[in-house]
Design a protein around this ligand. Sequence first.
Ligand SMILES: [Zn+2]
Length: 92
Amino acid sequence: MRRGCLSVGTVSCEVCKHKIPYPDRYVMVDEDAKGVEVEKGGKSVRYCIDCAQKKGYAHYKEIKGEMMLTFLRESEASLPTEPPAPVKESKV
Ligand SMILES: [Zn+2]
């Protein structure tokens, strides 16, 4: 399971060991002993954005002409972001 977080300046990436400065974002991922993402019961590992991108935990997605950082899985991120079209009610 992934959680996008905002650094308060005191956390470090557990992969590259770099300090994550405030107010950069990072992601916490629950992983099993082999480093595979699990929904729960794993160890929480902190990734900076660079390392998260390398592992496929974060990616940039263009939303309305702006590059937005997302921690969603590709399948979730590709869901339509536009709200469904309103259903027209026929009043008689
Ligand atoms: Zn890192």
